[in-house]
Design a protein around this ligand. Structure first.
Ligand code: E4P
Length: 215
């Protein structure tokens, strides 16, 4: 399973990359708006830190504009994946960009039918937003289960990228369902490693080792 970090914050990306388990990065206009500097410069910097798919999102809403923006973004670095929203124009743009060899991450996906269309249009990744579904009393992870099963039925190459992850259980459920990727905020990556019994156990081992040291 691939782990992506869901942020445009360079410090967080560096810290996550240092752990050695980071496979890629996802950004969106809201995440970019929290950081200083030009969009293209932030994306360029991210590409220098992480050698894996880096999602950068278009803001045009018409297919032609999305394709033009997507092409420009893809020129920043070979690892750029163009993030396109799941709309009719988004599907047209996905078809065009994908057939030109540019990777697309179809974003803002909230239903299995949208995910099926994303795969048919040739998206490299599909991003179901599980946290935002949970927020409105829908089971976000149920959507992931449906998408994984539909893609398996037809052997689609599109990878399921679980997005809007809010806690470690989203990640564990996604892994059990066979999702290819999960993108997580830095605080969720930190939470994955934490266990109180690990901390208690380590403290005790070190205390006991003190008794051995003087021998
Ligand atoms: C990632 O690709 C998405 O943009 C992101 O996971 C959305 O997360 P949020 O619902 O926490 O904003």
């Amino acid at each position: 399973m691939k782990f992506f970090i869901d942020t445009a914050n360079i410090d967080e990306i560096r810290q996550a990359a240092d752990i050695g388990v980071l496979d890629g990065v996802t950004t969106n206009p809201s995440l970019i708006s929290k950081e200083k500097g030009k969009f293209e410069d932030i994306i360029r910097q991210i590409c220098e830190i992480v050698d894996g798919p880096i999602s950068a999102e278009v803001v045009a809403t018409d297919a032609e504009g999305m394709v033009a923006e997507g092409r420009k973004l893809s020129e920043i670095h070979k690892n750029i994946v163009v993030k396109v929203p799941c709309t009719v124009d988004g599907l047209k743009a996905t078809k065009k960009l994908s057939s030109d060899g540019i990777g697309v991450n179809m974003t803002l996906v909230f239903s299995p039918s949208q995910a099926l269309l994303a795969a048919k249009a040739g998206a490299m990744f599909v991003s179901p937003f599980v946290g935002r579904l949970d927020d409105i009393s829908h089971y976000g992870m149920q959507l992931v289960e449906q998408i994984v099963s539909i893609y398996n039925n037809y052997d689609y190459d599109t990878e399921v990228l679980v997005a809007s992850v809010r806690n470690p259980l989203h990640l564990v459920d996604a892994a059990m369902m066979g999702a290819h990727v999960a993108t997580m905020p830095f605080k969720v990556i930190e939470a994955l490693v934490k266990h109180p019994l690990t901390d208690i156990g380590l403290k005790k081992f070190l205390e006991d080792w003190e008794k051995v040291k003087g021998r």
